[in-house]
Design a protein around this ligand. Structure first.
Ligand SMILES: Cc1ncc(COP(=O)(O)O)c(C=O)c1O
Length: 416
């Protein structure tokens, strides 16, 4: 019943026996093909709402909501914190990302992961960090704040129309002072899928640490950390994984975990804690970043989100959402008043399309669509791009894509 995963990456973990109840609900009668209308039916989004903004925040399917609520009821029934409930979730994430669970922490979001990384690497005044001009504030601010605080230098590379030679541009920017290259796996602004495998290899060649902001990648495309082998990787659960708001994932390399202390410490960071002797030392697993009392219900919900995704297979999800985004891309790209900013080349795009209606303020279009038609898009104000981003999710139908194409073309026509 479960489908094979295609693509050149090593196999990403698939559904296990305890997830079998989900596929039965979403496969067509032949048991082989996913019925996307049934998948849509597993969400509780208001029927009038057209949500094309999964890249910002996504609704969760009912199974995820139920698991979260059930865990809230459980902790309240017994008066528990339920820290232990995190461990099975970590195992599921390890399977999803092909990473050792001991190297994965569950955080609140990508931003928290990026801040933990930036502040733990041990950068000093004069050290250089290379980023791109398409980084989200959550991926860029941690470095810029260190620039303010301790005087590191953040070098920003313009990749807006340079997807063919991003690696070359990054390599040219490396100097003897470069300590880190920090880039998005998929950019927030235009949905550009960066060649992160090559960028990580470049970092290794030059002895530079690779930090990948995977906020847009995990769930949108298969992510295999064993294959990519970055030094650090941060992601969110509440975007393309359809998990609860306020969930994130942080991957740290083994060397770092063994040789660096935690950024914050408290209960669950300590391996030895003896107040009489005045000593503390630390667990060497990423779980040390889940210090103190945690929000176990949303973490349990994240586990249910991983089960939900695995029951279909990330490769199937990625194919579906890319097909929808390609349908939209083809629908709008020929219009003379529309400029598509998402890369043309197949391999550099996934389930997001960013475009501009020439001469029209994008904020105005987004405002009209939400107010008049309950259609949610994202205004891309970053970099003065004056553009609109549409995300295509597993609950999006072909009809909704076609309606959106018609609506955008009408805006473009009106502007002739
Ligand atoms: C590339 C990228 N990084 C970081 C973030 C911040 O994510 P979060 O709010 O989950 O920290 C986003 C959010 O859209 C993003 O697109």
């Amino acid at each position: 019943m479960l489908l094979a995963i295609s693509g050149s990456l090593p196999t990403v973990a698939r559904a296990t026996a305890d997830q079998e109840h989900l596929p039965a609900a979403i496969y067509t009668a032949d048991g082989e093909t996913i019925d996307w209308a049934k998948v849509k039916g597993m969400f509780t989004l208001a029927s009038v709402r057209r949500h094309f903004n999964t890249a910002s925040i996504s609704p969760s399917p009912k199974v995820v909501q139920d698991k979260t609520i059930e865990t809230i009821r459980y902790v309240n029934r017994y008066g528990l914190e339920a820290h232990k409930r995190v461990e099975p979730v970590r195992l599921k994430l390890g399977q999803l990302l092909n990473a050792p669970p001991a190297q994965l922490a569950i955080t609140r979001n990508t931003t928290e992961g990026m801040n933990i990384i930036a502040r733990s690497i041990g950068l000093q005044k004069g050290d250089e960090v290379i980023i791109t001009n398409q980084e989200h504030v959550g991926g860029a601010a941690p470095w810029l704040t260190l620039q303010n605080e301790i005087g590191i230098n953040v070098i920003v590379i313009d990749i807006n129309s340079n997807e063919q030679n991003t690696c070359t541009l990054l390599e040219r920017a490396i100097t003897p002072r470069t300590k880190v290259i920090s880039v998005s796996h998929i950019t927030c602004a235009t949905g550009y899928v960066l060649p992160v495998k090559d960028i990580i290899a470049l970092c290794k060649k030059h002895g530079v640490q690779s930090v990948i902001d995977g906020a847009q990648a995990v769930g949108q495309v298969p992510v295999d950390l064993g294959y990519l082998n970055p030094d650090f990787y941060a992601a969110s659960g509440h975007k393309w994984l359809y998990g609860p708001n306020g969930t994130g994932i942080l991957y740290l390399n083994k060397d770092f975990l063994q040789n660096t202390g935690p950024l914050f410490s408290g209960a669950y960071t300590d391996r030895t804690f003896d107040l009489d002797a005045g000593i503390i030392d630390y667990v060497q697993t990423a779980s040390r970043y889940e210090y103190g009392t945690i929000n176990a219900p949303i973490m349990a919900g994240l586990g249910a989100a991983v089960d939900f995704a695995q029951s279909m297979g990330i490769a199937q999800i990625a194919d579906r959402c890319k097909q929808l985004s390609t349908r939209f891309y083809i629908g709008i790209k020929g219009h003379k008043n529309i400029t598509v900013l998402t890369p043309k080349k197949e391999k550099y795009r996934a389930a997001m399309v960013t475009f501009r209606i020439n001469g029209t303020p994008s904020a105005e279009v987004c405002r009209k669509l939400i107010q008049e038609e309950a259609t949610v898009l994202r205004n891309v104000h970053e970099n003065n791009l004056n553009a609109i981003r549409a995300s295509f999710a597993i609950f999006t139908s072909e009809e909704e894509v076609d309606e959106l194409v018609a609506r955008i073309l009408a805006f473009a026509e009106a502007n002739e």
